[in-house]
Structure formats: C-alpha cells, structure tokens
Design a protein around this ligand. Structure first.
Ligand SMILES: [Fe+2]
Length: 481
C-alpha cells in the first residue's frame, strides 16, 4: 500500500467524527478492506464515492464544505474480498491550486482570487471552477465528475485516474449547470442549465448515446434564475424547480464574491415548478410557496397530474454549511421538509403536502427512479433534538403513509451520510437490494461502510475502510458489465 498526500496541506486539528471535515485523506493503492458480517452473494461491483477532501492549502483555506478539492474513492466488492483505492481528481482547479499553494478559483464560500480587471475581460465566458466534488455520472459511456458548472472531468472508474476534460460538441452557452444529470437506461443523459444575460433562460437538454451534442428540448425564460442543483424526470416530463434563492445577475457578471453570495433569498417572488413535455418541449408552470431544494425524492405521473416530491429547506442553508460552523460541530438548526407538489393541468399554482421532515439525500429503488411511482424512499436524517452535528441516522420513509417506516443508527452515535441503494440485479420490488451508508463514529480508525437491508433496516455487514473518507454527498455504483 502506498499513500500520497499533497505534502503542503495545512493540518487542522479535528477530533472524533468531525475528522470527516479534515484535509487528511490520502491517495491509497488497493488496500485490503476487512468485512464484518455477511454480504449478499449478488453484491459484486465497485462503490464510487466522491466529495470535497482538501480544504486547507499552505497559502489559504476554502471557507465552505462544498469547496474542498475533490477526491474519488473506489470500494471494490469481489468474490475474494474487498479493497479500497483513492485518488484526487486532477481537475484544472486542483492542478493550479496545488501548484500555487492556495485556492486558484472562487468557490461556494470562497471569493474569486482573480482581480476585477481580469474578470472583466472574461465576461462572456467567466472563469469557473471544474472541481468535480459533487456528483459522478455517465455521459456517452464515460464516467465524469462534476460540480455546478458546465465543466465535466472524465475519470477511469477502475484506476480513478483523471482522463481530462469531457468536452461537448456544441457551442451552447451556459453559465450554470445542475450537478445532477440523469442517465437513462438507453444511455441518454439529461440535464438542465441556465444562461445569463439580458434575457435569462433555463435550458433543458439531452445528450444522446454516441453523441456529445447538447440537444436543447426547451428554453424557459426566467427573470432571475433560482439556484440550480438538480431536476427530475418522468417518462413524459422533465421537472425544473426555481428556488426562492435567486441569482443576482450583476454579482454573477462583475463581482468576485463567493458563489453563495451571488444568490439572495427573495420569498416575495415565491417559487415555481416548470413541467416540460418530453414529446414536444411544451412548458407549463405552477407557482408554489417560496422554497429551496437541492434534491427530488421522485417524480411520477398520476393521470393528467404530475407529482413531484422534494427535500426542501428555507433560507440560510448555504450559510449553515460553512466549514467553520461544521468543524465546530454546529448542527444546521434549520427546518427540512419533504414536500409533495401535485401539478394539475389548468391550475396555475400548487400547494405542497408535507410527507416527512428532517430528511435529505434521498434515494429510491432503481426500478422506480424516473420511471414509476415509488412508495418508499431512504434518506440521511438529522437528530430531531438538534444536538448532533451533520446527519446521524438513516431513515426509511413511507411516502404514501407520510410516515417514517424505519430507521437505523449506529449505537455509539456517528455521522451517517447518503444511503446509496444498490438494487439486486433485475429486481422490481422496491426493497430488494442493499443500502450502502458511509459512517464515522468518534472512535473509528477509518470510515465504516454499513451495508443495510432496506426492508428490515438491519445492518448486514460493515466494511472497514483504511482511512477517513471526508464527508461527501453522492455515491455511484459501477456494477459488473
Ligand atoms: Fe446533490
């Protein structure tokens, strides 16, 4: 086993479970992983994890959780046992930041280091980060890592080596792009971006397999685009929601302020949900109460209605996830609600129904996501008493009953991040699979990957990873071909 780490990284002392917010993760080659318990025989493949991992450089630190330089991790589950590998993503941002010893690009909570006169020369194509610390997905058969900018970085899912920039074969101007694209089983990759200017618009587009051209299905005019992180899909529609956190155009074009400061909470304008027909690109819009949402739980068709379930927040979430607050162990303290919006034709507005609270980072069975209604979802949950830092439990939600149908917590107390559902191959039962949950308790030597039965919410097995995997957001499963 070899281990590498940018030697200049500044040490920031963090103890216990908060080590998941430290800059100590190393590049490790194929380390053995001890497995306690019994893994299902069918569970063979690679868990890919991604997330911010390096926040502290000799000449400066990033100020926000979302801003750390990305590291990729692979947990391979094979008949002979399990192994772990990690690599930093060699994005342009990573290479320039390591070279200079300080953040080379602005981030979510970090100002743009370029002086204003240089930024003015790049108004049409602003210099934005490609630090792909948020999502991994497949486009045109390639694995890419991305953040909320239109710059994708391709990597090799076996070696985790960075291949380079994934370039689109078009000139479609986009200033923002949702971090979460959706890849359908036929390989079509869908996403939504926003173009700024005198007339702003959202663009719903797809990239068909064998192509790298962003084919725009719909352009939705918008006065002030909302913060854009994800969208949802049904077999008939694409759903785009506009949070009440709205872009301040002047700041985007001219200010070097941190990304999060380029948005302002404007509840008086409310929020909107756009429904785009996949058949003809036609758009219908519903007004909804002001909200902020990163993630959809699911979307489905119910007769003429389309139903969208969202994990929502109010104002203040960007500030609550600043690194100094999280490293001090402060819970966000903000209400989180899972809301259901029923979009009925002819109604210009939709009133949400509350399904659950205290739940984020949702997942449903793969046979349901984007295809048909899910009854069940699994999420990372927070301490209702508001005492524990980060997420500390894994929840099972019965969406129909609007109830928590089960939960799992490590008995000693731990941070428990996004549950990734791995479906048993070919399964249709929405509980047929396992949940993979990265956890970290105060006394753990490294991250403990829990393998849960989604039906019983019992822990089947634990994989002991050889280091602390810094807290990230989204995992992916790369099953056998
Ligand atoms: Fe996300």
């Amino acid at each position: 086993m070899t281990a590498h780490h940018p030697a200049e990284a500044r040490a920031v002392a963090l103890a216990g479970r908060l080590r998941g917010l430290a800059s100590g993760a190393r590049e490790i080659d194929e380390a053995g992983v001890a497995v306690r318990g019994a893994l299902p025989e069918w569970l063979r493949g690679d868990l890919l994890l991604n997330g911010p991992a390096l926040w502290d450089l000799p000449g400066g630190s990033y100020a926000h959780w979302f801003d750390g330089l990305a590291m990729l991790h692979r947990v391979r589950i094979a008949p002979g046992g399990a192994s772990y590998r990690s690599r930093f993503l060699r994005s342009r941002d990573y290479l320039e930041s390591i070279e200079s010893g300080r953040p080379a690009y602005g981030g979510f909570g970090s100002p743009e280091p370029q002086p204003w006169w240089q930024r003015l020369r790049q108004l049409r194509q602003p210099r934005v980060t490609d630090n792909g610390a948020v999502v991994m997905s497949r486009v045109d058969g390639r694995w890419v890592a991305q953040t909320e900018t239109p710059l994708l970085t391709e990597f090799d899912p076996d070696t985790l080596a960075t291949v380079g920039r994934f370039a689109f074969d078009d000139h479609e101007p986009l200033h923002l792009m949702a971090a979460h694209g959706i890849t359908e089983t036929d390989g079509t990759w869908w996403n939504v971006g926003a173009e700024f200017g005198p007339h702003c618009s959202y663009k719903v587009f797809r990239v068909r397999p064998g192509s790298r051209r962003r084919e725009v299905l719909a352009r939705i005019p918008v006065g002030k685009p909302g913060y854009l992180h994800a969208f949802a899909l049904t077999p008939e529609h694409v759903l785009v929601w506009e949070p009440a956190l709205r872009a301040h155009m002047f700041r985007f074009m001219f200010s070097g302020s941190p990304y999060m400061d380029k948005f302002g909470w404007e509840p008086e304008g409310g929020s909107r949900i756009h429904r785009v027909s996949r058949a003809d690109g036609g758009v219908q819009t519903w007004a909804v109460p002001p909200m902020m949402a990163f993630h959809a739980v699911q979307a489905w068709e119910d007769g003429q209605d389309t139903v969208l379930d969202l994990c929502t927040w109010g104002d203040g979430i960007f500030e609550a996830l600043r690194l100094d607050r999280l490293r001090a162990g402060r819970p966000t303290g903000l209400p989180m609600e899972v809301l259901r919006y029923r979009l009925a034709p002819g109604a210009g507005a939709a009133s949400p129904q509350r399904l659950a609270e205290g739940a984020e980072l949702p997942v449903v069975h793969g046979s349901r996501w984007g295809r048909q209604r899910a009854r069940l979802a699994w999420c990372a949950g927070v301490d209702p008493a508001g005492q524990a830092p980060m997420f500390d439990r894994t929840l099972k939600l019965d969406l129909d009953a609007r109830a928590v149908a089960g939960s799992w917590q490590r008995p000693e107390g731990a941070v428990q991040m996004e549950p990734l559902m791995v479906d048993r191959p070919g399964s249709q039962d929405e509980e047929d699979g396992v949940l993979l949950v990265p956890t970290l308790a105060d006394g753990d030597a490294g991250t403990q990957l829990a393998v849960l039965d989604p039906a019983s919410m019992q822990c089947l097995a634990t994989l002991e990873l050889p280091q602390v995997v810094p807290f990230g957001f989204h995992a992916a499963w790369n099953g056998p071909a």
